[in-house]
Write a protein that binds this ligand. Structure first.
Ligand code: MN
Length: 241
């Protein structure tokens, strides 16, 4: 197989959905080692309350990531809106490298902007307001000083809120705003953008030669993107053993 790079996002790993963890473990073991690099563009975990309080169900994933980075493949990971508290200890434990949102990479000759995608949903004012609160460093320091139990309760509270609010919001508000997409792509002078977050996998070819690749989630099957010098293709991973 020709040299290629893999992208995944929005796995939302949690104790509630052990089959997704299982699916990811086989992906990390059988698919990822053949790639030049694996990018995880946010929301690997349903929530992450700090590197000092890793839930037991995530230990196998951390070990598997470590094995991958040690043996064969660099793994780059971006914060999502769920797991933005992953920090340096997580990096040390897994060998993964945290990257900023956004990051520009050279993808086989094409400058490509990588994002999680939540900041592109600029019509969702309520979410953007919430985001600015929890992405504040002071807020994060206060949060990390609480006990693991308290942090878990707060995270679960936000998960419930988010679910309740999402079910009331029109579909369109929860998608990206096209003007915001165009603006950020122009700002960074790129013709290609890869992001997740909306769980609406697609490759959108714009009229102005701008291409927007949207990664899918892992709730039903493992949606991943494979890119090589000929382009990018969305594929599904469904091997559980
Ligand atoms: Mn997200």
């Amino acid at each position: 197989m020709m040299p290629h790079t893999l992208f995944i996002s929005d796995l939302h790993l949690s104790a509630d959905q052990p089959q997704i963890t299982k699916l990811l473990l086989t992906f990390l073991q059988h698919e990822a080692p053949h790639s030049e690099a694996l990018y995880i563009l946010g929301d690997l975990f349903e929530y992450w309350i700090g590197d000092d309080a890793v839930a037991p169900e995530h230990q196998t994933v951390l070990a598997s990531l470590h094995q991958l980075t040690k043996k064969s493949t660099p793994v780059y990971i971006m914060h999502g809106n769920r797991d933005f508290l992953m920090g340096h200890h997580f990096e040390a434990q897994t060998g993964c490298q945290l990257i900023n949102d956004p990051t520009i990479i050279d993808l086989y000759g094409t400058p490509t902007l990588l994002m999680h995608g939540d900041t592109l949903c600029s019509d969702d004012k309520e979410y953007q307001q919430f985001r600015s609160v929890v992405r504040n460093l002071q807020w994060q320091q206060n949060f990390l000083e609480k006990s693991a139990n308290d942090r878990t309760s707060i995270a679960n509270h936000y998960r419930r809120e988010s679910r309740a609010q999402s079910s009331n919001k029109p579909e369109k508000i929860m998608d990206v705003n096209n003007d915001t997409v165009e603006k950020i792509m122009n700002q960074h002078n790129v013709l290609q953008l890869i992001h997740g977050h909306t769980h609406r996998p697609a490759i959108h070819e714009g009229q102005t030669k701008q291409r927007r690749v949207v990664l899918g989630d892992w709730f039903k099957q493992g949606s991943f993107l494979r890119c090589n010098e000929n382009g990018c293709h969305l594929e599904s991973w469904n091997k559980t053993s």
